[in-house]
Design a protein around this ligand. Structure first.
Ligand code: NAP
Length: 519
């Protein structure tokens, strides 16, 4: 749990694990909570939410670094079925979002289904029994269906720096912030300039003796239109549900309109670039520093960041931006590629997450005895509707391949996928099917279309390297279009796109020919 936490954790989280359930959900972040609520709405009670940590919340529990906040407006960054009239700011901070998640879990009756300390280390498909055997830190659970809600921002990524093991000072990742380590008066190196670093750098800069920021690529930074939500406005959201709905609808339309410059009309990026460059000119007086902080790729290629205090914090006397790259780490210093030695006491990694090589993929072994990681090594990370995967019956991935967003709230996508899973489970139940598996040809066709669609978007064509792209340069992370298009596609589960089997029925017919059971 975050060391900043002060709340009581429900004791039911430590209750015994069930031996067997219909649905096992892995992870209790927004995906896991949304899935649990969807199952409860369908009258499903035979499920469990397996959480590796000792509390719920996922990335919003783990990321407790100073300044951690959402860069999607709060009224959009929440479940449509649990809109919060009490947000205190236009962009809520981590503690408030985490409290919102706990409130949702309590209010909607999800808590009794959560089991903590139950990290899933292995999930293997039993083709005879047509169910999953999950090995967790607290024992074995068997499940007919497996929903992975572990998400792409689950496992911190540490850079492989020569000499790092020699370093005698303190090191930690932004997603595992060491709150016991007092940064006051320390010489601090920060590696990375992504969405996390730009939030914590301005918070730590005033208190450290020196801040050395190792920047590989400067992000595009826009003004952050944050503000407290005043008493009257808050009252309106509490008393007039329509006011809340209207705010959300307006935010949705605003955020959604960004698909136009990013994916359809590149010329529309011009004004946004001008705004970002004006922001930089206003906030950084030193022309040499400004040059270092000016991106040389198209706006949107990497996530566009929002901040009013990051750039000024780099213009401070105790801050230095190093763009030369890192040659090696020594006992008390970092030597950059120009040979300059920077003395440091602490190194903070703002180096992101294992997005295109998610660890859960190593833990899941499918019908043919291969892990999901091995399968994706061959094909690239892919799924159907970002959710079901050929060779992996009864698995659903939430925020799976190509469902991430560079422009709107991921919770909207999670809700769409939850609908899809619910429809799939209903279809299986109606047909008395024990398992369902997407047809490989259906999966391939959809992924070819997604990749073709991505080709001309800024996310692929914007002249940058980003974590949206895998080691082969394929964008396996982002949804390339409007989110309402995704919602439309996930509204209905199409049995004809899947192979469904009754219990005991062999999946592959004689001769290795796959047969789709007619709907
Ligand atoms: P990130 O966006 O992946 O940024 C990682 C940073 O580390 C980049 O600047 C990267 O440089 C740099 N880096 C990585 N390896 C490096 C190395 N070996 N040497 C030097 N630099 C290195 O990670 P993040 O900032 O933690 O954010 C991850 C995602 O979390 C975000 O994009 C966003 O989706 C989410 N997030 C959201 C919010 C929010 O408000 N909703 C807040 C924080 C994070 P390059 O750019 O050159 O690769």
């Amino acid at each position: 749990m975050s060391p900043t936490a002060t709340h009581a954790v429900p004791s039911v989280y430590r209750a015994a694990l069930p031996d067997e359930v219909r649905v096992a959900i892995v992870g209790s972040g927004f995906s896991g909570l949304g899935m649990a609520k969807g199952l409860l709405d369908d009258g499903e009670r035979d499920f469990v939410v397996l959480e590796r940590a000792d509390d719920i919340g996922g990335t919003w529990r783990d990321n407790s670094y100073p300044g951690c906040a959402c860069d999607v407006p709060s009224h959009m960054y929440s479940f449509s079925w649990a809109q919060n009239p009490n947000w205190t700011r236009a962009f809520a901070g981590q503690e408030e979002i985490w409290a919102y998640q706990r409130d949702v879990a309590a209010r909607f009756g999800i808590n009794p289904y959560v089991r903590t300390g139950a990290g899933v280390t292995d999930a293997t498909w039993d083709d005879d029994e047509q169910r999953w055997t999950l090995t967790t830190d607290r024992g074995v659970v068997r499940a007919r269906f497996l929903v992975s809600g572990t998400g792409p921002l689950c496992e911190p990524k540490y850079p492989d720096l020569p000499g790092l093991d020699r370093f005698e000072g303190t090191t930690f990742h932004s997603a595992r912030w060491d709150h016991d380590h007092d940064l006051s008066g320390k010489r601090v190196a920060v590696i990375g300039t992504g969405a996390s670093a730009i939030q914590f750098v301005p918070r730590i800069q005033p208190k450290v003796a020196s801040l050395t920021l190792f920047q590989r690529t400067p992000p595009w930074i826009m003004p952050r239109p944050d503000r407290p939500i005043g008493r009257l406005e808050g009252l309106a959201y509490r008393r007039l549900p329509l006011a809340k709905e209207l705010r959300r609808a307006r935010l949705y339309a605003e955020l959604e309109s960004r698909v136009l410059p990013f994916a359809y009309v590149p010329q529309l990026r011009g004004p946004a670039k001008q705004l970002a460059l004006r922001h930089l000119r206003k906030q950084v007086k030193d022309p040499a520093l400004r040059a270092k902080l000016t991106p040389d790729y198209d706006l949107g290629c990497k996530r566009v960041l929002l901040s009013n205090d990051y750039l000024p914090s780099l213009d401070a006397d105790n801050a230095e931006v190093v763009t030369a790259g890192i040659r090696e780490v020594r006992e008390r210093s970092i030597v950059d590629a120009d040979g300059v030695e920077h003395e440091v006491d602490t190194i903070i990694f703002g180096t992101g997450f294992h997005v295109t090589d998610q660890p859960i993929a190593d833990a899941i072994t499918g019908r043919e005895g291969h892990t999901l990681a091995e399968t994706w090594q061959r094909t690239g990370m892919q799924a159907h509707r970002g959710c079901t995967i050929a060779g992996f019956p009864n698995v659903f991935m939430l925020v799976g391949p190509n469902t991430g967003l560079g422009h709107n709230s991921i919770i909207y996508m999670i809700e769409a996928q939850v609908t899809y899973v619910r429809e799939a489970l209903k279809a299986a139940a109606e047909r008395g099917a024990a398992s369902l598996e997407v047809r490989p040809d259906v999966q391939t066709a959809e992924n070819d279309a997604i990749q073709a669609r991505l080709r001309k978007t800024v996310w692929n064509d914007g002249g940058c390297e980003s974590w949206y792209l895998d080691e082969n340069g394929r964008n396996t992370t982002l949804w390339p279009d409007f989110t309402f298009v995704f919602r439309e596609r996930t509204k209905r589960f199409r049995p004809e796109e899947h192979v469904m089997r009754d219990a005991g029925e062999s999946h592959v017919a004689a001769g290795g020919v796959r047969e789709a059971v007619p709907a």
